[in-house]
Design a protein around this ligand. Structure first.
Ligand code: HEM
Length: 439
């Protein structure tokens, strides 16, 4: 017998609680499919860890935007192979140190430029440009110089993103329609890039000795010596470029804002950065990854930001067979929505969960599955190290050199496609007196 507690529990009316207790399981009808929503560590983690009974379950409209051959649509085996190949260059200290100089240059020069702007700027839009430039450098290094191409792509991505969680109405004027157009334009740009590189290779015209993720994917062969088709390379790159800049930009903005709104924590975070700067010897140039590893407090600020904001609000799976979770049966073919926000704002896991309090991580040892901003299991985010490096680098330079002044400090919040201030954080950046040369 299939039985679940009712959707009304989600609205905390109190009616269902005594009858059903805490199950963290709700039933709904979402994106045209019967769906189970799971919201607690006890229900979410087993599902994310179980590839035998659950497969990817994003709505068809989302998969169409990300591409049939992106990680959302691949067979398990193909996913494993491409994931191994693409995750390695963006994971771990050694791989990431290759990009750190570029990252620092972009952050330092962009912040400097923003502080000179006469009018207030949309901080989120500007940070998104920074994170996009960095991800382009990693994935498409030859095309990553500032200019019309990168600007066009960044704008297309903003449209693509707005469609990812929108109603799938393919009519002019609707977000989903715009997103499909954006995908078409991005695919065309990437096709031209790949064709150009293939032509240059055939004519032995490769002059650069640097390689990027596109080259890596163009060279890869399976056990039968078959190369990837263009469609596959494009969908994987398109997915990485999107995942690799939007979430990091939002996380960076929120960490900056939370510190700005909490002077006590701001002071602590700043003091740690000042100490790092003062310890730096004259021969050491700029921030190093070794220094970042010592930023204990900043690391708590980052974790707390990810917990409170929930940049990735949810992910989706589909039951391959009837599955029993928490005493209930999820029928074969039903979608499952894993609600990260429910886990990270659960009062049974976190005291005063809505409060931003980096110091909670002094003692807090989260129980299994209660802190998973990057997911868990075989689909664990491959970009977590890169995200933390970008965030730490941005905050280092920001805290030491700048102060933010918002135009609408009480701007309301929008939750889709990502949590953000409605005005994209319209603000002025003010340069602070220098403690010591820090570039
Ligand atoms: C604040 C930053 C980020 C957050 C919160 C985040 C969150 C997540 C989560 C929760 C998942 C798992 C989804 C699932 O289980 O279905 C995921 C997957 C993924 N993320 Fe991230 N991510 C971030 C940054 C990045 C970056 C910087 C990159 C790339 C450079 C990236 C690339 C990906 C990819 C490719 C996947 C799919 C993995 C797979 O299916 O094997 N993410 N991310």
């Amino acid at each position: 017998m299939f039985e679940l507690d009712l959707t009304i529990c989600m609205f905390s009316c109190g009616f269902c609680k005594p009858r059903f207790g805490r199950t963290g399981i709700y039933k709904a009808y979402l994106f045209g499919s019967p769906t189970i929503i799971v919201t607690t560590p006890e229900t979410c983690r087993p599902i994310l860890m179980d590839d035998a009974q659950f497969k990817q379950g994003w709505p068809k409209s989302t998969s169409l935007l990300m591409g049939r051959k992106s990680f959302l649509g691949l067979s398990e085996e193909e996913h494993k192979r491409l994931r191994r190949l693409t995750a390695a260059p963006i994971s771990g200290q050694k791989a990431l140190s290759m990009y750190h100089e570029f990252m620092k240059d972009v952050i330092v020069s962009s912040l400097d430029e923003l502080s000179k702007a006469e009018k207030p700027v949309e901080l989120l839009t500007e940070i998104r440009k920074i994170t996009f430039q960095i991800i382009m450098h990693i994935f498409l290094s030859c095309e990553s110089n500032p200019g019309p191409l990168i600007e066009t792509m960044e704008k297309e991505y903003a449209n693509l993103n707005c469609g990812l969680r929108a109603m799938a109405i393919n009519l002019p004027g609707f977000a989903y329609y715009k997103a499909l157009q954006a995908r078409k334009n991005l695919v065309k740009i990437l096709e031209d890039v790949i064709d150009g590189r293939k032509a240059r290779k055939e004519n032995n015209m490769i002059v650069e000795d640097k390689t990027d993720m596109v080259d890596l994917l163009m060279d890869v062969e399976d056990e039968n010596g078959h190369k990837l088709e263009n469609e596959q390379i494009i969908d994987v790159i398109l997915m990485y470029l999107n995942a690799g800049h939007e979430s990091t930009a939002h996380a960076t903005l929120w960490a900056t804002l939370f510190l700005h709104e909490n002077p006590h924590y701001l002071q602590k975070a700043k003091a740690e950065q000042e100490e790092i700067l003062l310890k730096r010897t004259a021969i050491e140039e700029g921030l190093s990854i070794k220094e970042i590893k010592k930023m204990e407090y900043l690391s708590k600020v980052i974790d707390e930001t990810l917990r409170v904001v929930n940049i990735s609000l949810f992910t989706c799976r589909e039951a391959i067979t009837d599955v029993s979770i928490g005493g209930y049966t999820i029928p074969k073919g039903w979608k499952v929505l894993i609600w990260f926000r429910g886990i990270h704002l659960d009062p049974q896991c976190y005291h005063n969960p809505n409060d931003f309090n980096p110091s909670r991580w002094n003692e807090c040892k989260p129980k299994k599955g209660s802190f998973i901003p990057f997911g868990t299991g075989s689909r664990l985010c491959p970009g977590s190290d890169l995200t933390k490096l970008e965030l730490s680098t941005f905050l280092h330079y920001f805290l030491l050199n700048y102060e933010v002044e918002r135009v609408n400090p009480s701007s309301s919040i929008r939750y889709l496609p990502h949590t953000r201030p409605k005005d994209n954080c319209l603000a002025k950046l003010h340069k602070l007196p220098q403690l010591k040369d820090n570039n």
